[in-house]
Write a protein that binds this ligand. Structure first.
Ligand code: BGC
Length: 468
């Protein structure tokens, strides 16, 4: 009896300790992460090597218009729902009064003619020239080039060859993304990246493109932000292919890595001078509040998003494409119907925010560039960085401040080879439609896609001119 009492007492103490530890993990916040304040610098501090690539990025589905990709099909099914959900998702944004009519209109969620860049690309190349760009990152729309399995459309491929020829005539280096979210409907129908047959199909498509470009294209990116495909498409299940299963997502992700490795070999065989990489959406996470549990979630997901794909492909990558916009907050909630729920969001208290509510934190680009370089020792190219800013109030400062930190990374010995603004043009922002305005060049959708260069684009040009 006495021993039993003693045992029960010990058990009670152990349970109590466990409860205290769990409560501490769940409730006690550590101070928020240290934020390096925006730097004070002179324009002359923005120093870059002479051969630095100055560019802007786009992707096919977001600018070309009228493709038959899986996204086009998805939009038709989801536009009404997205319009209905808009108030609950965006009414907390400062620009809500300006965008309300557009964001609650289903038409906003249909890419349709997008920017009509498929027809207006000669004008767009002239805009690049006018802005002094020396590189342009764009993607090939797989659904145009291979509309049916194994049937390649030479005329569609010739479109991209013409674009490349025009870029070359204007001394603009083409950077080709081979997969930027959109893909043929038949790829989705066969189970997309979960099906290992998609690896062979993708490699066949990549060979066709590489053969066609020959020596005219040197820089290739196999995949744009593959981890976001895993998160949005397979974990949250809110974008194609709308699956909600981590296990299935991991299988798809592994196949994407294998597709990268095989594509890397295929491109190098066809073009020994090629430089092949991929681009990653770099996360800079912290907990909100910064409890041990939230911090652990931030570190787990940052690791997955930033490094998992690169760790699996590091021996088959010539450079690393870094895409950075803003830090992310992570919050884990215990209890409720699903026992554990998890959300990521932007710091609502950030002092400077984009139209989309994304915190502006320029030093972050230095943090992610140096972390990637220290981990892999490969050249870095910033393949996306930019801001949704419809009134062009923040963009010039945003670009200069981020470029300052890129120049500091170079000064500290990191071989950063180029910087591409997202985006050359306002464009179709996936499940948010047309209201986020990322362009160096504004597009007037009500007026025949009229392009107007924004003042911030001239500030960017000034930095380019100072360095050439
Ligand atoms: C994507 C682009 C997107 C941009 C802004 C990146 O995640 O590659 O397609 O438009 O960020 O959200």
């Amino acid at each position: 009896m006495h021993r039993l009492l003693k045992y029960l007492k010990r058990l009670a103490v152990a349970v109590l300790c466990l409860v205290v530890i769990l409560a501490a993990i769940y409730y006690i916040p550590f101070p928020p992460p240290h934020r390096v304040p925006t730097a004070v610098y002179q324009t002359s501090d923005l120093k870059f090597p002479k051969d630095f690539f100055w560019g802007a990025s786009t992707s096919s589905h977001q600018v070309e218009g009228n493709d038959n990709s899986n996204w086009t099909a998805w939009e038709k099914k989801n536009a009404a729902r997205l319009a209905q959900e808009a108030p609950s998702k965006f009414s907390n944004l400062a620009i809500w009064p300006d965008i309300k009519a557009q964001a609650t209109n289903p038409q906003n969620y249909i890419s349709g003619g997008a920017d009509n860049d498929y027809n207006l690309y000669p004008e767009d190349v002239q805009l690049m020239k006018q802005l002094g760009l020396t590189s342009y990152r764009f993607s090939i729309e797989w659904s145009r080039v291979e509309p049916q399995p194994g049937q390649f459309d030479q005329a569609a491929m010739d479109h991209y060859k013409n674009l490349v020829a025009l870029l070359r005539q204007n001394n603009i280096e083409p950077f080709v993304t081979l997969w930027h979210r959109s893909q043929p409907v038949w790829v989705d129908q066969q189970g997309e990246w979960e099906n290992s047959k998609t690896i062979q199909d993708y490699v066949a498509y990549v060979k066709f493109v590489t053969q066609n470009f020959g020596a005219n294209v040197k820089y290739y990116m196999t995949f744009n932000e593959p981890a976001l495909h895993l998160v949005g498409g397979y974990i949250e299940g809110v974008i194609p292919p709308e699956v909600k299963s981590l296990k299935r997502g991991q299988a798809a992700f592994a196949n994407m890595m294998e597709a990268h490795r095989q594509a890397y070999g295929a491109i190098h065989t066809l073009n020994p001078d090629a430089q092949v990489g991929s681009t990653q959406a770099m996360q800079l996470g912290s907990g909100a509040p910064n409890t041990i549990l939230n911090m652990a979630a931030a570190s787990y997901f940052d690791n997955y998003a930033n490094w998992k794909f690169l760790d699996g492909t590091k021996d088959t990558t010539d450079f690393i494409g870094i895409q950075y916009y803003s830090p992310t907050k992570y919050q884990v909630t215990l209890g409720g119907k699903s026992k554990v729920s998890f959300k990521t969001f932007n710091d609502p208290n950030a002092s400077v925010k984009s139209d989309m509510g994304w915190e502006v934190y320029p030093h972050g680009i230095y943090e992610v560039i140096t972390a990637a370089y220290n981990r892999y020792k490969k050249p870095i190219i910033v393949t996306e960085n930019g801001i949704a800013d419809q009134n062009d109030k923040l963009r010039a400062q945003y670009l200069a401040d981020h470029l300052y930190w890129v120049s500091q990374a170079i000064k500290d010995g990191v071989p950063v080879k180029g910087y591409m603004v997202w985006s050359l043009l306002d464009n179709f922002e996936w499940d948010k439609g047309f209201w986020p305005r990322f362009g160096l060049v504004a597009v007037d959708y009500a007026n025949n896609f009229k392009r107007t260069i924004r003042p911030s684009a001239y500030s960017y040009k000034q930095i380019i001119d100072n360095n050439r």
